[in-house]
Design a protein around this ligand. Sequence first.
Ligand SMILES: [Ca+2]
Ligand SMILES: [Ca+2]
Length: 331
Amino acid sequence: MKTLMIPLVAIFFGACATMQPRSPAVSILVDLDPASVDRTIIVESITANKEGRLYMPDRVTGNILRVDPKPPKPVVVGRIEAREIKGKKVNAEGGGIAFNQQGDLFIASGPFAEVVRIRAADLNAAKPGTAQTFATGTEGANGIVFDKQGNLFVSGGRSGVVYRVGANGGAAQPAVKIELHTRKLPDGKTEQATVANGLDFDAKGILYVADTSRGAIWKIEMQPDGKGSKPVLFAQSPLLEGVDGTAFDANGKLWATVNERNAIVTVTPDGTVQEIAKNGSAGPLEFPSAIVFVGNSAYITNYDTPRRDNMDATGQAAKDGIGASIAQITP
Ligand SMILES: [Ca+2]
Ligand SMILES: [Ca+2]
């Protein structure tokens, strides 16, 4: 018997080796609020500077946090002050975040209908800089991305409009519009109407727009006058229901966080959608909202909204898991 066992064991382990899941593991880089699991910090978007340090806006405090992946301790380097609008205190609720070529940092604010800027020199842990208005008239401002010429594009959430702002800022102009749409979630009550969310350009300068509502990604060719051509469907799948932030990897494959499904997917240039990671409400993905690559490592913000696959056992909240955090997929 014993002599027979050895080849069987060898075959078994050999089979395991070939069947090993190729999906990379998701782990937690840092819990942004170790004292709480209950959204005392809310981060929707993430970007990295040229040195590979991560930056994200906290919607609760208005603080701009910086995290060096080694060691991953959050530091406040800037701030978006709340404003008084029509007699009420309104938080910026910082959304999309991106650097320009000069190293200035830009953050979308839906409640302000603006994109604000903190100059490179003012991103300072010793004296955090205050964000100033850069672009106005961006209703529902959510995702942001720069093109190679330094123009800023801003997604308008449920308005479906993608705005364009020149490198010097000012009043934004509509560049393209995604048709409106509303999807009911499987609970039969919750509605998702955000059709223009995460934005990205590919190497050829084609704009990609995440349509959270349809579970789709649109492709838009830009014309010389700064307007977009008619949006073309790049991918649509139940796997993309809740698609939020996107980023291209070094091979030109598009990665996307799918918030309400607690999932990460990839989309190949021919539009094939593949699930890379997915988990229940306990994490490590907790309503993942944005993704950025530093080299071959992906960093993902956990926004932790209580919705669909990110509901805890009460069916009301998302208090399991660790809450606001950065997840990572490292090679
Ligand atoms: Ca926490
Ligand atoms: Ca949670």
